[in-house]
Every structure is written in C-alpha cells, then in structure tokens.
Design a protein around this ligand. Structure first.
Ligand code: HEM
Length: 289
C-alpha cells in the first residue's frame, strides 16, 4: 500500500500542476505576461506530463499486483492485460493512459497551445473520478458521485496548481514592464479563487456524504483521523487565502514588505496543499468507516 500511496501522491500532484499552471496562463495572464512566464511554465507542464504518464503506468502495475495479491503480477503482461480489459478500473485506465500520452505529446510538440493543454490535463485530472471511492455506486447516484468528485479534483488542481504561476507573478512584480499584467493576473486568480474554493469545500462535503455517509467526527478510525487532519489543513489554507486577499494584497502598492509577506503566505499555502494531497493519497485507499 505504501508504494501505491506514493505513486498516487506523485500522480495527483503532477496532474494538478499541469492543469493549474496551464489554466492560469490561459485564463488569467494577459498576452505580455503569458509570453514572459511561458518558459518556466512550459518546463513545469512538460515535467508534470511525463510524471503523470509514468505514475499512471506504475499505478496500473501496482493495481495488478494488488488484485492478484502477488508482486510478480505487476510485470506480468497477461495479468496487466486482464486488469485492463476485465475490470472497471482497467477500462477507465485505458482512457487515462491515452489522455496522459496525449498530454505528453501536447506538452512537447504544441508547447504554446495552452487551450489544448488545459483541456487534456483537465480530462486527465477529472477522470480520476472514474476510480476509487467515487466509483463505488452505480446508477444515478454513481453518476452524481463521479461528477461531484470530478469538480472536487478540478477545483483542487485550479487552486493548488494555480498558486505556482501566482508565485511566478510575484517574482516578476519588480519588473515595471510586467507589473500591471502581473497584478491583473493575480487579482483575477484571487477573485475567481473565491468561487473555486467554495466549490472545493462544497464538493468535499458532498464527497463525505457519498463515501462514508456520516460526519468524520470523532476521529475514531484511521480514515476519519486523516480526513479530519485534511479538513484542518484545508481550513488553514482558506484562512491564508482570505488574509492574502483582504489584508496583504491591498497593501502591495505601498511597499516591499507586503510583497514579501504575500510570497511567504503563498508558499505556505502550497506547502499545506501538498500535505493535504499526501493525506488523501493514503486515506482514500482505506475503508471509509
Ligand atoms: C486544498 C484543499 C483540497 C485538496 C487539494 C483536495 C484534494 C483531494 C484529492 C486529490 C482527492 C482524491 C482522492 C482520490 O480520488 O482517491 C480528494 C478526495 C476527497 N476530498 Fe478533498 N481536497 C481538498 C479539500 C477538501 C475539503 C475541504 C474536504 C471536506 C470538506 C475534502 C473532502 C474530500 C473527500 C471526502 C474525498 C474523498 C476521499 C475518498 O475517496 O475516500 N477535500 N480531495
């Protein structure tokens, strides 16, 4: 299970980075800023796309080993093929391996086609809702659960992945030729971020209702302990985001101190978000009792 949790963590972070970074550049960055931020963003998206594809292959192998209860099955083509064709996980994974490959091709061959990269990375991230606890139910409830979880994953990626180009904007803020564009992009991220975070929390609560059917308190089981820790960290991220938006950002024009505080609190948000993803990479494998 440790190997699978580590693989899931790397896969979640890579798909969230590819989506969040490309969506920020496409939706929030004015042309001049997008041009200036494209080199580091391209490199990050290219690396993320390769990690997403590699970890998708390893995840499949680990699933084969777990289903066969035999490590050697991880590299047994017959078992892996049977997992791909005879299980609902496998059928979803065939589509996901195709999407991950298409994202790598787009990230290397169409490096500035941000709309294409956003669409492919969004489909790759959202399609994680086709496996795991979100795939527990059938019928209408199953469709609603998967749709809810897809929105949860996309909003988590938009926030956590978007914080990286937000930090790029803080880095170029000192450049007078880019300052106005950087401010425009950061304010758009922060404004629409309110709706993104609201949707993330709402879909998280709906996930709790559909996965375990009761509030995760008291933290009496490993699943609830880790979910509660996740909720506390996510609450910490929201407090930081509100502080940034209503206390620090309005003071940006008055001096360097606000810029340094905004950089530090945004880095802390990324750190907390990374721990949140690490927690869910483990607890979503557990019995949701
Ligand atoms: C920055 C904040 C958050 C991030 C990055 C995040 C990320 C994720 C990810 C990656 C998953 C997928 C796990 C999987 O499919 O195996 C997930 C699942 C989930 N999240 Fe969040 N989430 C965040 C906030 C929240 C909040 C605030 C709540 C509760 C109010 C929540 C509740 C859940 C639940 C219940 C699941 C399903 C776990 C399962 O499959 O058993 N999340 N989250």
């Amino acid at each position: 299970m440790t190997a699978l949790a580590l693989c899931r963590f790397a896969h979640f972070m890579a798909t969230m980075m590819a989506f969040g970074v490309s969506a920020y550049l496409w939706l929030y960055a004015p042309d001049m800023l997008r041009h200036a931020l494209s080199p580091p963003a391209r490199r990050l998206v290219a690396a993320s796309s390769l990690i997403a594809l590699l970890t998708a292959v390893v995840w499949l192998a680990l699933e084969a080993a777990s289903m066969a209860d035999d490590w050697s099955a991880a590299t047994d083509p017959g078992v892996v093929a049977a997992v791909l064709t005879d299980t609902s996980f496998g059928r979803a994974w065939i589509a996901r391996l195709g999407l991950a490959t298409a994202l790598v091709v787009a990230a290397f061959a169409r490096r500035d086609d941000w709309p294409m990269i956003v669409i492919l990375s969004a489909l790759l991230l959202a399609s994680l809702a086709l496996v795991g606890h979100a795939a527990m139910q059938a019928g209408v409830e199953g469709v609603l659960h998967r749709a809810n979880h897809a929105v949860h994953l996309l909003t988590a990626g938009a926030w956590l992945g978007g914080l990286v180009p937000f930090l790029f904007c803080l880095a170029v803020y000192a450049d007078y030729t880019l300052r106005r564009d950087a401010l425009t992009a950061m304010m758009s991220f922060s404004f629409f971020g309110q709706f993104v975070v609201a949707a993330l929390v709402l879909t998280g609560i709906v996930n709790i209702a559909l996965v375990s059917g009761h509030a995760p308190f008291p933290p009496a089981t490993p699943y609830r302990e880790l979910l509660d820790a996740k909720i506390v960290l996510a609450a910490g991220m929201i407090v930081l985001a509100v502080f940034n938006r209503f206390v620090v950002a309005p003071r940006l024009a008055t001096g360097k101190r606000a810029l340094a505080v905004l950089r530090a609190t945004s880095l802390l948000e990324v750190g907390l978000g990374t721990i949140v993803v690490a927690l869910v990479s483990v607890f979503a494998l557990l019995d949701p009792a």
